[in-house]
Design a binder for this molecule. Sequence first.
Ligand SMILES: *Cc1c(COP(=O)(O)O)cnc(C)c1O
Length: 392
Amino acid sequence: MGALDYLKDQLHELDEQGLAIHPRTLEGPTGARARFDGREVINLASNNYLGLANHPRMNRAAARAAEELGAGSGAVRTIAGTMTLHRELEHRFAEFKHAEDALMFQSGFTANAGTVAAILDREDVIVSDQLNHASIIDGARLSRAEIKVFPHKDVEAADALLAETARPGRRQLLITDGVFSMDGDIAPLPALVEIAERHGAIMMVDDAHASGVLGTGGAGTVDHFGLHGRVDVQVGTLSKAIGVLGGFIAGPHHLIEWLVNRGRPFLFSTSAPPAVTAACIEALNIMRDEPDRLERLWRNTRLFKAGLHDLGFDTGMSETPITPVITRDEEKTQAFARRLFEEGVFTPAIVYPTVARGQARVRTIVTAEHTEEDLKEALSVFGRVGEELGVL
Ligand SMILES: *Cc1c(COP(=O)(O)O)cnc(C)c1O
């Protein structure tokens, strides 16, 4: 009898409810078509929006940086691990986001969690959308500030919470995802910015799924809505459209300086290796040189969304390349994803706790790399398997 045996029971329970996660293994490079668990499939499961994750220029930039500068950085940023490449990437990102300065983190997760925790303390309050990402929730908890959650995209409720929690000297943070990762809808950022300004609250947006996807050249939701200079903290990830790994914060210089001093993942976790950093810089170059990638992404998005709609699937509130096919029941959703995979289409089943119970779905994400043929084939499989399982 081991002290951890209770976990076996808990895992068994997850399995019984169709909630257990068994990740598939990618047996080659990622791409529009890729090999998982021994099967060649149309890949609608990645966040590789622009097809940069295996772009030859990215691969060469990574290889060259490793050859010239080594495999690792050797230290945390604040001691001896800040490399010229890190600063170069940060300058490029500040420019990309039209911000004064930017700071790189090891992931989008640590960028969010580290920043929220660093800029607030226990006297303060966080007003947060119900569907915000887990890393925002963790950062909010770590800050020890009071957490107030408003119903998804309900600006009036957020406004009321800001009014109700205001006290002299108390800081307020209004925080939202730019694009919501499980539904693919866009935050009502103009209205949120207005109420943040009216209450003197800090406005923070997590553009993990919007960077490289929305706005001019993929600059994100702030650019998409023309809100430059009115959002205090912009979060981005280097792991999704940028195609590599890492996160960053863009904002005023004093915010960045503060995070250098108080952002715990920045202070206490080793910096990104040269290969990662150089590939991220190259991603920005490619986005500038090959603007047609963004156009292809959106063309594919329109085609695939319209196809799912015509078949009669419930695609919820999606407005971006993330399109959920909402099937509600957890076990049916697992079976749907499994049958789609067997028929050559990979879309993950997303179940509780990632989404609410009874809101299970398979989530599709198209990329710039999918051909029309890929998407038409995927749609025909969706139609066939949807009928077979009574999802349609
Ligand atoms: C994926 C995601 C993150 C985390 O980014 P990583 O770089 O993968 O750690 C943060 N916020 C949102 C909204 C995300 O979708």
